[in-house]
Write a protein that binds this ligand. Structure first.
Ligand code: UTP
Length: 282
């Protein structure tokens, strides 16, 4: 597929694992070195060709929609002070011409599946992308890699996958597939949600990037509550069938927990220093 028209960013969650940092500031606006998680997500959605970005937010998190509004006063002050770099950084939150933002409220946090269903009325025709901003993937833009690999005539979903240590399988949805080869796209018979080490069919875990056939919305309308009493996206993807796992080439950081956010911050600091050294050498 050459481009992904609709990308859904579900950001309505409570972010309890990051309290008290997330008491007032939404998790998605926490900085990774110099940039909020939300900005990394927008950049990745744009790199995949998105022309409609749907933010699934919550009334208690108004700062997320505000992030996209221009701050004319601040921009004028930065321009007057000749701070061009900072001006560019502030303007990065403006979406380019031809890209539309829809903000939809998920009034009750009933789970990721329910959050995705909230986007149904605003999605364009064709497969939709889902990107979880707290799963930060550095390096090659993951959703763009997946868009290139997605074949709508042969797949109903393509889900980013990462090998995890045996002892961590019970934290993830695990693919039931042959993960012994070196292939990038692996057909999977099913998902097993948070299996025990003994029951896990592989070590390949689903992480926060999905491309899914539009039919997912009909499935989600009838998906009951699953693990944790929540409407699970993985249950609906499993019911849809035609699941494929995608081994991405970037480096994933789980920024939904404290240590993951610290590791990501150090990784971005290293990247920025490399760029500064390159610029200084030129
Ligand atoms: P998480 O499982 O990380 O939940 O959600 P959370 O609420 O963000 O964080 P904790 O577990 O309380 O610390 C995965 C993604 O799904 C979104 C979250 O915003 C996050 O991007 N989500 C989850 C919703 O948008 N709505 C929901 O009802 C649940």
């Amino acid at each position: 597929m050459d481009r992904l028209h609709t990308v859904i960013l579900p950001v309505a969650g409570l972010g309890t694992r990051m309290l008290p940092a997330t008491k007032v500031t939404p998790k998605e606006l926490l900085p990774v070195y110099d940039t909020p998680l939300l900005q990394f997500a927008i950049d990745e959605a744009l790199a995949a060709g998105a022309r409609r970005i749907i933010l699934i937010s919550h009334p208690d998190k108004p700062a997320l929609a505000e992030y996209f509004e221009p701050n004319d006063d601040l921009e004028r002050k930065l321009a007057d002070a000749n701070k061009a770099d900072l001006l560019d950084a502030v303007r990065a939150s403006r979406l380019p011409d031809g890209v539309e933002l829809s903000v939809v409220m998920q009034e009750e946090q009933l789970g990721l599946g329910h959050a995705v269903l909230c986007a149904a009325e605003n999605a364009e025709d064709g497969p939709v992308g889902v990107l979880l901003p707290d799963d930060l993937i550095l390096g090659a833009p993951c959703l763009a890699e997946m868009t290139e690999a997605y074949d709508p005539s042969a797949m109903r979903s393509l889900v980013a996958a990462q090998e995890v240590p045996h002892q961590h399988v019970s934290r993830y949805g695990i693919f039931d597939c042959d993960d012994t080869g070196a292939g990038t796209v692996l057909p999977a018979a099913r998902f097993v949600e948070k299996p025990s080490v003994q029951e896990a069919p592989s070590r390949l875990a689903a992480v926060g990037r999905y491309i899914i056939d539009q039919a997912i919305f009909d499935v989600l309308r009838n998906t009951g509550r699953g693990a944790g009493g929540e409407i699970q996206l993985t249950d609906a993807i499993a019911q849809l069938g035609g699941i494929h796992a995608f081994r991405f080439s970037g480096e994933r950081h789980d920024c939904g927990n404290r240590d993951g956010l610290v590791d990501a911050t150090l990784a971005v600091q290293r990247l920025r220093k490399q760029v500064n050294l390159r610029v200084a050498a030129e």
